[in-house]
Ligand binder design. Structure first.
Ligand SMILES: Cc1ncc(COP(=O)(O)O)c(C=O)c1O
Length: 460
């Protein structure tokens, strides 16, 4: 007899230890925001009630991961913790070389130091901020090639994270000699956490083959991506998530990875690839900046936590709950009339701040203004993904980003449904007075990755 499915999709874990949160008053939050120069990265985490700044490194580890931490072997070279880590990685991504790094951007830094440089061009469905910055830092150009549907927040379209394959073909036809590799980000974080279909990965691979270019995955959210393939792409419903991940990996020549996302670890990452000569160059750079290649900037205990996390994040019950909890938040905001990116992605709900704060010009930073208002209202910290993050070009000029979004990223296994209910109430309250929210101007900013340290002041 088949089990009768329940309507309620519960958190598939019990709470094992708790971390108290501090409730603040609105006056305290406004003071903290002013002191932070309206930059939410400058806030003290203890002044934040519900922290949706990122899903990166903020998840709760399982009892088995903590047990792994105890088993960590801290040998400088040849640690068995590295072997467990490498076996867990290659069990899903069977690349010949696996180089652990302290986080994803360290893998990017190594990869693009080897492959980037002035005159080079690196296409991606959408580069994440650190990927773009690491490419541009070498003097190379980072090109985004999302499908046009991926740039329309209100359009319901499956696999909106896909790459524009014809656009890639055109780019390679014109400039193949300048392109060292092609990247695909799964899921497409900056494009709304939207998944990429296996059909699209296969089509990108086919174009790469025609021009003799390697394909690298930026695979931070590979498990969520695989779940969307399983549940939304015809032909995969009966394929286990691990099998789908292996099919994704088989279409690529390498990957960069942040273990702080789907692998459920608080720190870590890796660079994996097949090419022996490129791997040799990367390994030398790794020793220079990260450490010996069997620890790569991590403690043995971190490698254990990642290895265990990799087996937990591909579990069907976990992924069903994960994707459902994001949709729960998204659906509630949508029915309250808040413009959100649809369909809902795997790790976050994205509010269309350009639509909600339509009275503001993109260069008055509607996303940043909305994120600040949300913190002042309810102590909820979100992240602008828009003109503040992407609007400053390497030559110092400023242009509106393709979209001005506010990302409510949900840490893994950390918040419960009542926390999300509180977030829904806070966002709805802010949305009801969105037309009166003031824009912001930049008071000071660095030349790169400005969103982390820029300071702002309200436009009155
Ligand atoms: C798609 C994507 N790539 C790369 C990174 C960089 O990873 P890390 O923060 O571990 O350096 C992130 C982090 O948010 C990301 O979302």
């Amino acid at each position: 007899m088949a089990d009768e499915p329940f309507q309620t999709i519960i958190e598939p874990f019990r709470i094992h230890s708790v971390e108290p949160m501090r409730l603040t008053t609105q006056a305290e939050r406004v003071a903290a925001l002013t002191a932070a120069g309206y930059n939410l990265f400058e806030l003290r985490a203890e002044d934040v009630l519900i922290d949706l700044l990122t899903d990166s490194g903020t998840g709760a580890m399982s009892a088995e991961q903590w047990a792994g931490v105890q088993r960590g072997n801290e040998a400088y070279a040849g640690s068995p913790s590295f072997e467990r880590f490498r076996d867990a990685v290659t069990g899903l991504f069977p690349f010949r070389h696996v180089l652990p790094t302290h986080q994803g951007r360290a893998a990017e830094k190594i990869l693009f130091t080897v492959t980037g440089g002035p005159g080079r061009v690196i296409p991606n469905n959408t580069h994440f901020d650190t990927t773009r910055a690491n490419i541009e830092f070498t003097g190379a150009q980072a090109v985004d090639l999302p499908i046009p549907e991926g740039l329309q927040p209100a359009l319901r379209y499956p696999f909106k994270g896909n790459m524009d394959v014809a656009g890639l073909d055109r780019l390679l036809a014109e400039r193949a000699g300048h392109v060292p590799l092609v990247m695909l980000t799964v899921t497409n974080n900056s494009g709304g956490g939207q998944p990429v279909s296996l059909a699209n990965i296969r089509a990108v691979r086919e174009v790469c083959d025609r021009y003799g270019k390697p394909l690298f995955l930026d695979a931070c959210r590979f498990a969520e991506n695989a779940w969307f393939i399983k549940t939304g792409e015809p032909g995969y419903a009966d394929v286990p998530v691990a099998g789908i991940v292996r099919q994704m990996a088989a279409l690529a020549d390498g990957m960069t990875m942040s273990a702080k996302k789907d692998p459920l670890a608080n720190i870590g990452g890796w660079l994996a690839l097949n090419d022996d000569s490129m791997a040799g160059q990367c390994r030398n750079l790794e020793i220079l900046t990260e450490g010996f290649p069997t620890y790569g900037g991590l403690a043995g205990r971190d490698l254990e936590a990642i290895a265990q996390g990799l087996s937990e994040c591909i579990d069907d019950d976990y992924l069903r709950y994960r994707v459902r909890s994001i949709a729960y938040l998204g659906e509630a905001l949508e029915s309250a009339g808040v413009p959100v990116v649809v369909p809902f992605g795997g790790h976050a709900v994205f509010i269309d701040a350009r639509a909600l704060l339509a009275h503001l010009d993109p260069l008055q930073y509607p996303g940043q203004a909305l994120a600040c208002a949300l913190y002042a209202e309810g102590g909820v910290r979100a992240c602008e993904i828009g003109t503040v993050m992407f609007g400053l070009r390497p030559d110092g000029t400023e242009v509106p980003a393709a979209m001005d979004l506010v990302r409510l990223a949900i840490p893994r296994r950390t918040y419960t449904q009542s926390h999300l209910d509180y977030v829904i109430e806070a966002v709805t309250r802010v949305a009801s007075r969105a037309a009166r929210l003031p824009g912001l101007r930049i008071v000071s900013q660095p030349r790169q990755l400005r969103h982390f340290t820029a300071r702002f002041a309200p436009l009155h």
